[in-house]
Design a protein around this ligand. Structure first.
Ligand code: MN
Length: 292
């Protein structure tokens, strides 16, 4: 298998707040080389690195807002977040759980710190990823998948090296529970100090990793500290990750969607005309209703 080399290691940018509950470093789109086209089908990645939120009687978060044309995936590492949407879906995800929401034709939702977590306060750490939809599926019906700890498949590495959690796609024959519209691999590698692992994806797939905990050495050459993001070239299939200390690494790889991208705020379509339609539909109430 041909080795995939590193294109760039991206440090976390200055954090900003999404609503008042998510203190995020934006990696996609906006960081050096990480625009929507380069990273397709991953068109947005916000990372709330581990941050202590003090107790609050009023839950912090993001109020009612729309989405159309893609999926939002929230991976909780610390803390708990509650979700409600206009399709009638709701859920709470906590440590080790994932929420995969298909906005598709249009949805309103809100995302807040879960009530008891908010009251007690605590460390909060999450990734939110937007996965684009192909044109033919952008106007399909909204859908919600909440993945509990038990539903997330695991591949146990030999010799006590750790475990690979498969959120979507596949690792060494273990398949993830999340259903996707295009091929996407989303893996959470929990590695014990000293562990070496290899990941391999088709050369054309856009591939990256984010160090959530600890630090790693990639391809035996590049030391990557916590909260740093590694973008790989599309020049091979496989790369190695060595855990320099106990580490958690989010690995993402997906088949590119080679279609035009027209993006504005919470809408990601293929043309400007479709963006105008999304705004009109939202303003005329076609995204449904959700209480504040
Ligand atoms: Mn949202």
């Amino acid at each position: 298998m041909k080795k995939r080399t590193i294109e760039v290691v991206v440090p976390p940018r200055e954090p900003h707040y999404v609503g008042d509950g998510f203190r995020v470093h934006n990696f996609i789109p906006g960081a050096y080389r990480l625009n929507m086209e380069r990273m397709t089908p991953f068109i947005m990645l916000d990372y709330n690195s581990k941050f202590y939120f003090p107790p609050s009687e009023v839950p912090k978060g993001v109020g009612v807002h729309p989405h159309r044309g893609f999926e939002t995936v929230t991976i909780a590492y610390k803390g708990k977040v509650a979700h409600h949407d206009s399709a009638g879906n709701s859920g709470v995800i906590g440590e080790g759980e994932v929420q995969w929401m298909t906005a598709a034709s249009g949805i309103l939702h809100k995302e807040f710190h879960e009530e008891n977590f908010s009251k007690s306060g605590g460390d909060f750490q999450m990734v939110q990823l937007w996965v684009n939809l192909p044109a033919k599926d952008k106007m399909s019906k909204p859908k919600y998948q909440g993945l509990t700890k038990e539903q997330i498949s695991k591949f146990t590495l030999p010799d006590n090296k750790g475990v690979i959690e498969v959120i979507a796609g596949e690792y060494n024959g273990v398949k993830g529970a999340a259903t996707t519209f295009t091929p996407v691999h989303l893996l959470n590698a929990k590695l014990n100090k000293g562990a070496d692992t290899t990941f391999s994806f088709p050369q054309t797939y856009n591939t990256a990793l984010l160090v959530i905990e600890g630090s790693v050495k990639v391809n035996d050459t590049e030391d990557v500290p916590v909260n740093h993001f590694v973008l790989f070239e599309n020049d091979g299939e496989s790369f190695t990750v060595h855990a320099s200390e106990d580490a958690v690494v989010l690995v993402l790889s997906g088949e590119p969607i080679h279609e035009p991208i027209a993006a504005q705020g919470p809408f990601v379509m293929n043309t400007r005309k479709e963006i105008m339609e999304a705004i009109d539909d939202y303003n005329s109430g076609k995204f449904g209703h959700l209480e504040d």
